[in-house]
Design a protein around this ligand. Structure first.
Ligand code: GN1
Ligand code: MG
Length: 365
């Protein structure tokens, strides 16, 4: 078996049903490693999603899993008995926690695999993206009464874009990878956009935007869509559920899902902001979340799309300068390619900003 998990260790620590049959590798996220484990009792299969928590990124797995356990419990309570497919259901390990640590210091967690669903990496139809907006809007609404002070900050200053900008400046100065000279144009682009990085933080500081419980990683592939209804039924990847701004969640969804190209497309002429998809997501999102949002949270929706795209590009570039220590990469220029798609998308959002504002205002009527 060519994996980094030890099946015996896992079977000693988690109470799986049946005997082990096979596993599959899920290779989507940039952070954790994910597998599907399939057990069987001869008649029926029992499937589990296994993840190795990336402890370089999530320094405190105890706090991380306490957050996730209590947020998923909250969502289950809200589901009124229909909780099986509406949120993740983690297995308790023998140590009483929702993860266990092997002798090499790797942390493992498992949840019941949710069947008859699909995930998307690109959007095939506006209807699916409308449903994505509805799901994230709903997620936010369901967590609106969650006690914010109970949450640990799993990654401090995660979407503090100005702090990301400062980390970037440090990375340019240190130039650990020796690559800074080859990315002068991209560095210039970030410097020109510094004022944008402070806009939402300033509103938050003045109490003109409310702090909420947010997901903070609202990529399209973090929604499970039902095979039959195409509705988004379950939000996954809850590692970054933390106090944040609703605008972070909206903006990040647009960044990923309304881009006409993938995050690591090399041909920049394919990158653009689809206004049709922007409209679909905004309508879906406002259909479920509008009543719980303030006026500023609606007005800044188009800006948040630009900001989250800029921030993500800055993070990819920073990692490129630091020598690719954070995001998983498949080839040496991967982070640079990702950074370039993000900056190209920022440019297109800037061109289409007026139209995005109009679409948003219409959808909010
Ligand atoms: C990471 O793990 P994944 O692929 O869902 C990252 C997000 C970035 C995203 C960019 C904890 O998310 O913040 O937006 O890559 N997650 C973390 O694709 O840093
Ligand atoms: Mg993810």
């Amino acid at each position: 078996m060519n994996t980094d998990f030890n099946l015996n260790f896992l079977c000693e620590n988690f109470d799986f049903t049946g005997v082990f049959k096979e596993f599959k590798i899920k290779d989507e996220g940039h952070i954790n490693s994910t597998y599907v484990l399939i057990f069987t009792d001869g008649e029926k299969d029992y499937k589990y999603t296994l993840q190795k928590i990336n402890t370089y990124v999530f320094k405190n797995p105890d706090e991380l899993m306490l957050n996730i356990a209590s947020v998923t419990n909250h969502l289950k309570r809200k589901a009124n008995g229909n909780s099986e497919r509406c949120t993740l259901d983690f297995l308790k390990a023998k140590n009483g926690k929702y993860f266990c640590e092997d002798e090499d210091g790797n942390c493992w967690r498992c949840y019941h695999y949710i069947d008859d669903v699909y995930t998307c990496n690109t959007i095939e139809s506006a209807e699916v993206f409308y449903n994505a907006g509805k799901s994230f809007g709903n997620f936010q609404r369901l967590l609106a009464d969650y006690p914010i002070e109970d949450l640990y900050e799993t990654i401090p200053k995660f979407h503090d874009t100005f702090s990301r900008f400062c980390d970037f400046i440090t990375a340019v100065q240190e130039d650990k990878s020796g690559r800074a000279d080859t990315v002068r144009e991209e560095i210039e682009f970030v410097l020109e956009h510094e004022p944008d990085t402070k806009v939402l933080l300033a509103l938050l500081a003045k109490n003109e935007l409310p702090l909420r419980v947010t997901h903070n990683d609202t990529k399209l592939n973090n929604i499970l869509f039902d095979n039959e209804t195409n509705e988004g039924i379950c939000i996954i990847d809850l590692d970054t559920v933390m106090p944040g701004l609703s605008l972070y969640d909206f903006g990040d969804s647009i960044r990923f899902g309304a881009n006409t190209a993938s995050e690591d497309e090399k041909d920049l002429s394919k990158v653009s902001l689809s206004l049709e998809l922007y409209k679909a997501y905004t309508e879906g999102y406002l259909a479920s979340a509008k009543d719980s949002l303030t006026e500023n949270e609606i007005i800044y929706l188009p800006f948040s799309a630009k900001l989250m795209t800029l921030e993500c590009g800055i993070r990819f570039l920073t990692d490129y300068l630091n020598g690719d220590v954070y995001f998983k990469t498949e080839y040496p220029e991967h982070n640079l390619v990702r950074c370039r798609t993000q900056f190209e998308l920022v440019r297109d959002i800037e061109r289409k900003f007026g139209q995005m504002k109009k679409i948003t205002a219409d959808a909010a009527k």
